[in-house]
Ligand binder design. Structure first.
Ligand code: PLP
Length: 435
């Protein structure tokens, strides 16, 4: 069963997936975290095998339990390798989470959630409509994941002119069951429209709205799998637990790493790398937890002033000092991000996206002994080609575009412009999904 961080009665996994957020506004967490030993995964070679072993107890009693193999196969349809960086001392690996359809780690969570929700709620006679407001990366991953799934629709709302060219392409190239809405306003306007639509009973009844928010447990669980797989591979090869440095915004990816360690996977330290939005860093330094307005940075997918998954981390990891003993966090400025992109290219021949650069920066700032004595895996959350407008001027050459991204960029764009009001949204939904 899955319990709210705020105490509402526990619900089944199926309900937690469909509800997204608990009725009391809290976030769902498993009542008990299964306990594994690395030996339990001895027979697991592929990431799919690791996923099945790890997820089976999380799916106990779910109507999806018999579908788990198919759900996993649909989610891990691309590689998630760890490459070794040529550092002088110690071990430093790069967990490459950017080989999915939209070249960022959100493809994993979105793919898994789509595979689950389609099986639970997909109904061609009365489709479920996923509403998603996006500032860039999430919308593309959700659209890609739900595209062409029977009985499901997606309406993506994004702030027109405030996402990168390539992001805009990823938000608008789908057609079929995906409606892309270019909102004449800000991300906050998009979010307000989604909230307004969900709260509108007549509109909700007509379209069967649901969300694919990053706080959905269905986006969190699959992210724990790549930490499990990477740590087990390293453990088997070296007998040592790797420590992870995770670029962090809303804390979903980092909490998945924490969950994997709690479940007994061989993971050492967990270090969160934030951009200038440093609330988590200050909190772990002893400040009050007081949500802030977000600051715009080069690592825009991490521009979060009030990270929602902190509620999960505090619920499992405790408050203040107690939590400080379990995770660390460092903030990285835009100047440091730029310098780091340049240095990664000079030292490793590696083009890093601005988010990934926060992790490599934090690694470089560790003291020499810690860099040598522990084994480090840095989490690469997106491909540099997705943020070429930032990366290319810094490294002075074009970033080769991966095949998946090239495929998306070759598609035709289709979208509808709307003003930021409920009437315009309702009309666009009625027209866009009329056939
Ligand atoms: C969403 C995102 C992040 C932040 O991940 P959280 O789970 O929100 O902490 C980091 N990097 C990239 C490229 C992202 O798209």
């Amino acid at each position: 069963m899955y319990q709210s961080t705020r105490g509402a009665p526990a619900v089944s996994l199926d309900d937690a997936l469909v509800l997204g957020i608990a009725p009391d506004g809290g976030l769902f967490l498993p009542e008990t975290i299964p306990e594994f030993d690395p030996g339990d995964f001895a027979a697991c070679d592929r990431i799919n095998d690791v996923a099945r072993t790890l997820l089976t107890p999380f799916f106990a009693g779910s109507s999806l339990a018999t579908e788990l193999d198919h759900i996993i196969a649909e989610t891990f349809s691309f590689d998630i390798p760890v490459s070794r960086l040529p550092v002088e001392t110690g071990y430093c690996g790069l967990l490459e989470l950017y080989h999915g359809p939209t070249a960022a780690f959100k493809d994993v969570g979105a793919g898994f959630l789509a595979a689950c929700l389609t099986r639970l709620e997909g109904n061609p006679d009365n489709p479920l409509t996923i509403l998603v407001a996006t500032s860039g990366d999430t919308g593309g991953a959700v659209a890609a994941a739900f595209n062409e799934r029977p009985g499901m629709r997606v309406a993506v709302l994004y702030p027109d002119g405030r996402v990168s060219e390539r992001q805009a392409h990823q938000l608008t190239c789908w057609g079929d069951n995906v409606l892309s809405l270019a909102v004449n306003g800000s991300f906050d306007d998009c979010q307000a429209l989604v909230k307004g639509a969900m709260a509108d009973e007549a509109l909700s009844a007509k379209h069967r709205f649901s969300s694919a928010n990053s706080i959905n447990i269905g986006r969190l669980l699959p992210q724990a799998i790549y930490y499990a797989h990477a740590s087990l591979l390293h453990w088997r090869e070296t007998g040592r637990k790797p420590s992870f440095i995770v670029p962090t915004g809303n804390l979903g990816n980092a909490f998945a790493c924490y969950l994997a360690r709690e479940a007994g996977l061989p993971i050492g330290d967990i270090v969160l790398a934030t951009n200038a939005n440093r609330l988590v860093v200050d909190y772990l330094d002893g400040a009050e937890w007081a949500p802030r307005a977000s600051i715009q940075t080069l690592a825009s997918a991490m521009d979060v002033g009030n990270p929602s998954n902190m509620e999960r981390l505090r619920s499992r990891g405790g408050e203040g000092d107690e939590l400080q003993a379990r995770v660390r966090a460092e903030s990285v400025s835009d100047e440091q991000i730029s310098a780091e992109i340049r240095r990664n290219f000079a030292d490793f021949g590696l083009a890093t996206c601005p988010h990934t650069a926060t992790a490599t920066f934090v690694w470089r700032q560790l003291d020499a002994q810690e860099r040598r004595d522990k084994d480090w895996i840095l989490v690469a959350t997106a491909h540099a080609a997705k943020f070429e407008q930032i990366v290319e001027p810094i490294i002075g050459e074009p970033v080769p575009i991966p095949q998946e991204l090239r495929e998306i960029l070759s598609r035709e764009r289709r979208y509808v412009d709307i003003e930021p009001n409920m009437g315009a949204l309702a009309a666009a939904l009625a027209d866009g999904f009329s056939n």
